[in-house]
Design a protein around this ligand. Structure first.
Ligand code: UD1
Length: 363
């Protein structure tokens, strides 16, 4: 029986750990899964509602770390997590994605000689100004098992000199959660409550520091979004970081006078209910690039690079950067249906990645 500590910290971790823990609990003769929540995200809307929607059991350990600078947050997670590892002596620690909780917990284990499996290993944007890129490179360098969601990630890891026998292509566990919950999301009233018709609106998410912390970049994005919103409503569930900057830069009135509709961050099922019927999604999120590809919804990624090139190669994603003209052109092309291409769901994005992750841990 393998004792596993499964780490979650921030919003994009919850939908990745949920199917893994569910599969471990199903295989109770093989696994004893425990959940550690670092508390990197802590609000009802950013954390608790995801536990409920995704049916994740209450954390066995809650580290209550909260928001701080990167150094302080990472250090506090390490300090709070080390005693848990020492007391619990797990066979494996499973970390997912690329947030500060991922690297902090992986680093604690590497120093204590406890084995770490990294789910969603090998993604690279090649942009080291992104905090997540640093977290990805470092976590992969010290993990014992690198579980990848696409084959370009395997190639990235091999190029960095990681031994091929540590790398295992298991597919995309985020898509396990998507397929598992899609039917249930149809009974959410999120779209209906906003009085929106199927395919008659766009969904926007924006939270990268490079987009929302710089006034000039944010202004350019807003110019494009206000124009797009003249043609169809843009529904914008706002991340706390972004909301604070809308106030700070004095954008609130401009947004209020446009057809961009700011709403509170949504839970997992409500948000799925909303984006799954959208005409298009505009985003700087990583996960949403994948979810829209799996559902065949056109996605414009408001970044200069992506660590998920498979969503462009096979899927519905287009990298449009932060230039207002380019964003508008791409959005208008989708509205005129002139940007249609044949898209495919990438290999092993089939709803069964968690099973393969558990098999890899056992073997
Ligand atoms: C973090 C992740 C990012 C991920 C994002 C998803 C890192 C380096 N970044 O960025 O990869 O895409 O989460 O949301 O790990 N806040 C709240 N309530 C919360 C959490 C945060 O109000 O529950 C506010 C705080 O004011 C905080 C700010 O949001 O300062 C930003 O939160 P933080 O966790 O520092 O980074 P994110 O931008 O959320």
């Amino acid at each position: 029986m393998l004792k596993i500590l499964n780490i979650v910290g921030a919003r994009p971790n919850f939908m990745k750990i949920a199917p893994i823990v569910r599969e471990m609990r199903r295989r109770e003769a093989e696994f004893r899964p425990l959940i550690v929540h670092t508390g990197q995200h802590y609000d009802e809307a950013m954390s608790d509602s995801f536990f409920r929607d995704l049916g994740i059991p209450a954390p066995d350990f809650y580290l209550e770390v909260g928001s701080h600078s990167h150094a302080v947050q990472t250090a506090r997670i390490m300090m709070a997590f080390e005693p848990v590892v020492l007391a619990e002596k797990p066979d494996w620690v499973v970390v997912v994605g690329d947030v500060n909780s991922t690297i902090a917990c992986a680093l604690v284990c590497a120093k204590l000689g406890v084995k770490v499996a990294h789910v969603e290993a090998g993604l690279r944007s090649r942009d080291r100004t992104m905090p997540e890129e640093i977290n990805r490179i470092l976590t992969d360098a010290i993990s014992d098992l690198l579980l990848t969601s696409s084959q370009d990630a395997d190639e990235n890891l091999r190029q960095e000199g990681i031994a091929p026998d540590k790398i295992k292509f298991v597919g995309n566990v985020m898509i396990d959660s998507l397929f598992y919950n899609l039917e249930q999301s149809k009974s959410s009233k999120a779209r209906e409550n906003l009085d929106l018709r199927d395919k008659d609106y766009a969904v926007l998410t924006l939270h990268r520091p490079s987009n929302v912390d710089e006034e000039k970049t944010f202004t350019g994005l807003l110019d494009a979004l206000v124009s797009i919103a003249e043609k169809l409503p843009v529904i914008f569930p706002v991340h706390p970081r972004t909301r604070a900057n809308i106030e700070k830069f004095g954008f609130a009135e401009r947004v209020a006078n446009s057809n961009i509709r700011l709403i509170e961050p949504l839970g997992y099922l409500d948000f799925m209910n909303l984006y799954s019927s959208a005409k298009m999604v505009l985003t700087d999120s990583g996960g949403l690039q994948e979810e829209t590809t799996a559902l065949g919804i056109p996605c414009l990624t408001l970044r200069e690079n992506t660590e998920r090139p498979i969503t462009i190669e096979l899927g519905t994603n287009q990298l449009v950067g932060t230039n207002a003209e380019k964003i508008k052109q791409a959005a208008f092309a989708i509205l005129e249906n002139s940007s249609k291409k044949d898209t495919k769901i990438p290999p092993l994005w089939d709803g069964h990645a968690a099973e393969r992750i558990c098999d890899a841990l056992v073997s």
